[in-house]
Design a protein around this ligand. Sequence first.
Ligand code: CP
Length: 294
Amino acid sequence: EHSLLGLKDLSASEIGSILDRAAYWESRSEKVIPVLKDRFVANMFFENSTRTRFSFEMAEKRLGAQVLNFAAAVSSVEKGESIYDTVRTLESMGIDAGVIRLKPVGVLAELASRISVPLVNAGDGNNEHPTQALLDLYTMKKHFGELKGLKVSIIGDIKHSRVARSNLWALQAMGAEVKLCAPESMQAPELGRYAPYVPMDEALCADVVMMLRVQLERHAEGLLKSPDQYRLQYGLTEERAAKLAPHVIIMHPAPVNRNVEIDDAVVEHPQSRIFTQMANGVPIRMAVMERALK
Ligand code: CP
């Protein structure tokens, strides 16, 4: 039984196995294949979510698991109960695995060490979002055939992005070439040791242009002074999208701030794979939950 707390320490062969297993699950046409029948999974979201929460639930139900959904806003967290006591409570009731999304960074590893069931990270602060990066890699691999040598630019609010970090670790493990692009106020200087920060024009010369959401909820007040100015300097505008080479694919983890980091008309551009990414979240999470529970 395997927890999945992040991709930083996952080997290329482990990542490759998850991607291959997701391809297997995607190839199965039956809606429900009950290999996790009689296993109980709790989806514990201490921070809001639409895609991650529902695609985990979809994946778990497609594998026949019994699913319990926990949302902090309607729980005893509102009375001051801690994350540990909440997870320990669900564990004591007999769950076999937990999917967990957390606001704070640095508590997941300790939590996992004190809980005996496998935990799957559904996003912790700005640290990691491993299943998002796995579905992103899956989307790229399906489109281009292989990840080795692929040029991927990650553009936008890198500082606050767990998606950027998980993608950076996993893409580099798989031999892709990653470049970063962000205004100075949204750079994470410590990541510059792993991938270069480049100007926007250079970032757009890639195979994959991955735009990131400006994460207003994690900003100190006033960090995004002018959404219009940000769009002009770092947004994937219609004009910039029109100049991309025809083989380039556009990605974004969503939710999107339309007309800030990506223009309204570019979200469903023919080169956009944004909704394909969401679809691919289900087989990836089937592979991850099978790995956690079998
Ligand atoms: N991409 C992503 O994690 O979206 P949600 O926050 O809606 O789950």
